[in-house]
Design a protein around this ligand. Sequence first.
Ligand code: NDP
Length: 277
Amino acid sequence: MHRSPKHTLNNGVSIDQLGFGVYKVPAEDCADLVSTAIDIGYRTIDTAALYANEAGVGAAVNQAVAGGMPRDELFVTSKVWNTEQGYDSTLAAFDASMEQLGLDYLDMYLIHWPCPERGLFIPTYKALETLYREGRVRAIGVSNFEPEHLTQLLDVCEVVPAVNQVELHPWLAQTPLRALHAELGITTQAWSPLARGAILDDPILVALAAGHGRSVAQIVVRWHVQSGHLVIPKASSAQRVRENLSVFDFVLTDAEMGLIASMDNGRRSGSSPSAVN
Ligand code: NDP
C-alpha cells in the first residue's frame, strides 16, 4: 500500500501531503468512493459545504473508525461557502457542516473564497478563530486568498492561517504566492492539481511519462510532491484513485523538475479569486 508522507502545519498538526479531493463527486457515490480511497491508503479528504457530499465523507470516515481505524489517523477538511460569510452565519454554517459530516470535530476549516466585494472575510475568519479556540476544529485557514487578502487578514488575525488552498499545477505554478506563504509560515495546498485533467495531454508531460513508464497524472502528482506543497487530486475510479497515490517509488530529476517549471503560463482551470464574490 502506498502512503503519503506527513506534513506539519504551523500549529503542529500533522496532515498527509497527498490527500483526496471530492469536488463534483455525486452525493450518492461519495461514501463508497471515499471508503475506497481510505482502503487504498488515503488519510486526508477535502470536501466543502458547496460540494453537497459532506454526508458521504463523514459516513466513510465513521465506517473506517467503526472498523478499528483511529479517528486521528484521518484528516477531514471542509470549507465555509461564500453566501455564509460573516461571523454568526459562519458559526451556523460550521454547525450545518458538522451535522452533515456526523463527526465530533473537524480537522481543518477553510474560508472557500475571499469574496473581496462582500467585505466579510475578516469576521468570517474571526468565527474560524472562535471554533479553533473552542477545540471544534484542529486547524483553520483560507482558500483562494491573493497576497492583498492575506495582508489584510494578517493585520488583524490572532491565528495565522495554517493553509492557503489555491489552484496550482504546472501551468499555474503560483511561484510568488508560494514564496509569500513560506515567509508567513502558511502551507500551500494545491487544488485542481491536474488542471481538471486538461494538462494530461501536454506533450512535455506525455514524453516524461513515457520515459518513466508512468501515467501523465503520476508525473504531475509527483511534481507536486517534490515541489513540497500539499496536493489533493480527485478521481472517480478505484484504478485512478490508486494510480494517483502510487507516486512514492520514482523520482523526477532536477532537469525534469526544471522542464516542468518551464510550462508555467498562468493558465487557470478555475475562476480567478478576484472574480468570485
Ligand atoms: P483535479 O485537477 O484533481 O482533476 C480531476 C480530473 O482529472 C477529473 O476529471 C478526473 O477524472 C481526472 N483524473 C484524475 N486522476 C486521473 C488519472 N490518474 N488519469 C486520468 N485522469 C484523471 O481537479 P479538481 O478540480 O477536482 O481538484 C481537486 C480537488 O481540489 C477537488 O476535488 C476539491 O477537493 C479541491 N478544489 C478546491 C477548490 C477551492 O476553491 N478551494 C476549487 C476546486 C477544487 P475522473 O473523475 O473521471 O476520474
